[in-house]
Design a binder for this molecule. Structure first.
Ligand code: B12
Ligand code: SF4
Length: 474
């Protein structure tokens, strides 16, 4: 099975959303690693073509694929990158007469529309662990493979969208298969430990933020022991020096953090790690214990520095005053702080943008990541937008190749393009403050870290120049 993680190398001008995120690092394609782990457990050999890390364009990827043996090809797709992925899928389909399977959040949201594409043999709208093996068996036996639950398939010009399959409540995923990676390809501007990797401490989310696709999805909490087993393998088998948990809820449930810390010490681990936490799910006691076992930094999904915007998305947490205190307490405990912000959420105004800029530049945040808001399918905000406008833009992206650059944001006076401009401005104001430059310079411990910071700085500058700074901050 050839797992292809496409790259954006030659596509940076197609959709603006990449401009501000490229410089943050190179993160392994976790979901394909989960797919690989599951397949291997069932006797399937896998190989990863990691075009993102290797910075390969589609043609070079095809040239490499020609040197390999495989029977099936897998791609993963979100909604935001569908237009890139489909070009790669078409090119691979043209070159190799092998069935192509696609999964991921994009497939989950629009299975029927994706299955209409002749280059795709099967769209997986349920987790790979629930549907992939049954589909492969049916396909190999030529036994009504187009009717397998969890998939959508086109057969004799008809698209079959089969019922979804959920994983059992107590389902335990095997660890992502890092054996198919060259771990030295990955780094994060937020992390000093190298080699670096990513992980998930839980899947799904019990909270209901209105802008997020993961909201209220089945929540699978991994045990402390399972997390520590994975950390131990990362440290001792792969020599990885830092693991960043990408899910939003490391401190849920609270008790797991204490068990995690106890086991971390018992096993004599030294690997650094970082995680994402809601700012209303942390306190001093937790911070102390996390700091005692090498937690390098915590990422808070702050989203906005404006209380009314936070209330509009149902993510007030405990309000911006509390968020400010959490940032200060985290820093005081010796743990770094990364703030994740989204611009252009419902109710965004010049004033709320200003409030965000104020929070970012007055609190002791080490790094910020700013994303312009895209209303994402399967969220209340997007559903409302579709109701108001009668246009399901993400569906049209899949069915007609429509680009979404000019999407007008719901309940704001801004377009996505405006938000890119403002994001660039905030990056510039945040990272090019003298105090920030001094702090980042002091924290440099290696040449590769210097190179990453330098490239990130150049990317920010390029972004600022590209956006031409036409939206001014006050
Ligand atoms: C880690 C992560 C990343 C990593 C790794 C991505 C990866 N491909 O693994 C990095 C940083 C590279 C990344 C990049 C992006 N990401 Co991201 N990412 C995540 C995150 C936090 C976890 C994903 C994960 O590993 N989950 C664990 C696995 C087990 O679950 P899963 O992803 O659902 O995968 C299962 C199924 O979807 C299915 N499946 C997935 N792919 C395939 C393929 C086949 C062939 C099959 C059969 C099944 C299958 O089986 C998997 C195993 O059960 C999610 C949010 C979340 N909490 O899930 C966002 C998320 C998936 N990302 C998102 C986005 C938008 C992006 C970017 C477009 C961001 C950007 N602006 O560039 C890029 C796109 C790159 C890409 N094609 O993946 C959105 C997608 C929203 C949408 N509907 O479009 C999410 C949901 C975040 C959010 N809340 O909005 N991301
Ligand atoms: S934003 Fe974070 S806390 Fe809110 S629903 Fe999404 S993953 Fe959960």
């Amino acid at each position: 099975m050839l797992l292809v993680f496409h790259s954006f190398k030659n596509d940076t001008d197609t959709l603006a959303f990449i401009k501000n995120v490229r410089h943050l690092g190179v993160v392994p394609p976790l979901n394909l690693l989960y797919v690989s782990a599951w397949l291997k457990l069932h006797g399937v050999e896998t190989e990863l073509l990691e075009c993102s890390a290797l910075n390969l364009d589609c043609q070079s990827a095809i040239d490499i694929a020609k040197t390999k043996k495989f029977d099936f090809i897998c791609f993963t797709s979100t909604n935001l990158d569908f237009l890139f992925v489909i070009e790669w899928i078409r090119a691979f389909h043209k070159e190799f007469s092998k069935p192509i399977m696609v999964g991921g959040p994009g497939a989950e949201n629009y299975p029927a529309e994706m299955a209409e594409h002749d280059s795709i043999k099967a769209v997986f709208h349920s987790p790979a662990e629930a549907s992939m093996v049954p589909w492969l068996k049916s396909f190999i036996l030529d036994d009504e493979w187009w009717k397998v639950p969890g998939t959508a398939c086109k057969y004799q010009d008809k698209v079959y969208v089969n019922q979804a399959v959920a994983l059992p409540k107590k389902f335990v995923r095997p660890h992502p298969d890092r054996s198919i990676l060259d771990v030295s390809n990955y780094y994060s501007i937020l992390s000093k430990g190298f080699p670096f990797t990513a992980g998930m401490s839980s899947f799904g989310c019990p909270f209901g933020c209105k802008f997020c696709q993961i909201r209220l999805s089945p929540f699978f909490i991994r045990t402390a022991c399972d997390l520590i087993d994975e950390l131990e393998i990362c440290e001792k088998k792969y020599g990885i020096r830092e693991l960043d948990y990408f899910d939003s809820n490391f401190t849920v449930p609270r008790q797991r953090v204490f068990e995690f810390a106890k086991l971390y010490k018992q096993r004599g681990l030294t690997i650094r790690w970082s995680c994402r936490v809601r700012s209303d799910q942390i306190d001093e006691e937790l911070l102390q214990v996390m700091a005692s076992v090498n937690c390098a930094w915590i990422g808070y999904g702050i989203e906005s520095g404006d209380d009314s915007v936070l209330s509009n998305i149902n993510k007030t947490q405990k309000g911006t005053e509390h968020i400010r205190k959490v940032i200060q307490t985290t820093k005081a405990s010796g743990i770094g702080v990364t703030g994740f912000f989204v611009l252009g959420l419902p109710g965004e105004t010049e004033q709320s943008l200003q409030n965000t800029l104020d929070l970012i530049t007055t609190e002791p945040i080490d790094y910020v990541q700013i994303s312009p808001y895209w209303p994402i399918p399967n969220t209340p905000i997007y559903d409302e937008l579709v109701k108001q406008t009668g246009i399901d833009i993400w569906k049209l992206t899949i069915t007609q190749g429509l680009r979404q650059e000019d999407l007008k944001l719901e309940n704001t006076n801004f377009s996505v393009k405006d938000m890119h401009k403002f994001a660039s401005t905030i990056y510039k104001e945040f990272y090019f403050r003298p105090s920030q430059i001094i702090q980042m310079t002091k924290s440099i411990t290696s040449y590769s870290q210097f190179k990453n910071y330098f490239n990130a700085g150049m990317d920010v500058l390029k972004g600022v120049m590209l956006e031409n700074n036409s939206l001014k901050t006050k």
